[in-house]
Design a protein around this ligand. Structure first.
Ligand SMILES: Cc1ncc(COP(=O)(O)O)c(C=O)c1O
Length: 397
């Protein structure tokens, strides 16, 4: 007699219900499904440079593969790369960093994941920007922390208002997350605001996770890090990486810079999860940092040019109004005057106009009233997208 096949219920751990996601990947899947049905879609949803990784970096990886960089390495990263990162951080942030304060990980994201896992106990409060990168809130909730949003305002070009942040700090605040230039708004924190925030934190034992993954893609002025403020270095965890700067999203290479005692714990999380970051990838990272920086500058100039063109186009469309971003490669128009909510508008533009964008609410509750478009696409496609949105609004609003 055949045994009866039982479909067992999937019994997930409770904390999995608190884990969020990044909607960009869902929208990409939906857009691809529409393309398979023969629809033409312009992809402005995903946050990755449309440029190729610079050739010298690719060659360094190929050479590394041929030269046997195909084995496990130290969990915290190859000493040569940790040194190159320490030099880069000294050059760009003006702080002395030793290689044992650097942890190399597969992308910038694991620094968020590991920092929050390592520092946040149940009930600890974490202040984070909203609208902001969705993984901050997801991870805070996942570990049972208390996510405390600080709303970013369009009137301030989405630069965090540190006076609004001050009253959010309590005796349970353990971590403050900063992100400049910011995803999804393109907002930039100015030096004065950062210094004032450091004064507000004062002598309290509050750590700052400073997500500077777009720091090389700031359109005007020099980026300023809270790590550079005297007295803040050992309370700052700097997150940076290669994904956006060197168009290396698929390589999975990023890093954190932090006090060395915390670095050992983050490295322990690496040992428990990934063992180490791919060795040949790290060898390519050394070339990226030490080689020609021309491609980074050209890419940044191109994102600026495209975002200016796209913003100008959006501002001519009924119901849309948009500030000029100050960095990264996103534009974040206000769509309240269309009379639509963000999510249905994003869904409808995808289905009816063939333009894939993200709802502002994919970046938190204060993203309602906005859409996010990535300008990591050709000027020609961006112009075509503007034409499609314009036509749709003329027919439907
Ligand atoms: C603000 C921000 N931080 C970090 C990351 C993660 O980058 P990575 O692909 O290197 O993990 C992203 C990617 O979109 C981002 O927008």
């Amino acid at each position: 007699m055949m045994a009866q096949v039982v479909q067992h219920e999937l019994l997930l751990a409770r904390h999995m219900s608190r884990l969020g996601t990044e909607t960009a990947f869902d929208v990409l899947n939906k857009a691809r499904a529409l393309e398979r049905q023969g629809k033409s879609i312009i992809h402005l949803e995903i946050g990755e440079p449309d440029f190729d990784t610079p050739a010298n970096v690719v060659e360094a990886a190929v050479d590394a593969l041929h030269n046997g960089w195909t084995h496990y390495g130290p969990s915290a990263g190859l000493p040569e790369l940790r040194q190159a990162i320490a030099d880069e951080v000294k050059r760009t942030r003006g702080v002395k960093v030793s290689p044992d304060e650097v942890v190399v990980v597969p992308g910038g994201k694991p620094i968020m994941f590991f920092t929050i896992l390592a520092l946040i106990d149940e009930g600890d409060e974490v202040i984070y920007p909203n609208p902001g990168f969705p993984i901050y809130e997801s991870m805070i909730n996942y570990v049972g922390g208390q996510a405390v949003p600080i709303q970013l305002h369009e009137e301030r070009d989405f630069a965090m208002d540190v006076d609004e942040l001050a009253p959010l700090i309590t005796g349970r605040t353990k971590l403050i997350i900063l992100n400049s230039p910011q995803n999804p708004t393109g907002g930039v924190l100015q030096r004065g605001d950062i210094e004032r925030l450091a004064r507000i934190i004062g002598g309290r034992n509050i750590l700052v996770l400073s997500d500077e993954i777009y720091s090389r893609l700031q359109f005007e002025g020099k980026p300023f890090s809270i790590m550079s403020v005297p007295g803040m270095q050992d309370r700052t965890i700097l997150l940076d990486g290669f994904s956006k700067t060197y168009a290396m999203t698929g390589w999975r290479l990023g890093y954190g810079v932090m006090r060395s005692d915390l670095a050992t714990h983050i490295a322990r999380l690496m040992t428990n999860s990934n063992s180490c970051t791919a060795s040949f990838t790290q060898m390519a990272g050394i070339e990226a940092l030490r080689g020609d920086q021309g491609p980074v500058e050209r890419m940044c100039a191109e994102f600026k040019r495209r975002s200016e063109a796209f913003v100008a186009g959006l501002n001519k469309i009924k119901g849309f109004s948009c500030h000029q971003p100050k960095g990264a490669f996103y534009v974040f128009p206000n769509i309240t005057r269309t009379g639509w909510k963000s999510k249905p508008l994003a869904d409808t533009l995808l289905e009816q106009a063939g333009v894939a964008a993200l709802s502002g609410t994919a970046f938190g509750e204060f993203g309602e009233g906005y859409l996010r478009f990535s300008v990591a696409n050709s000027l020609e496609n961006l112009q075509q997208a503007l034409g499609r949105i314009d036509q749709w609004t003329k027919q439907n609003l």
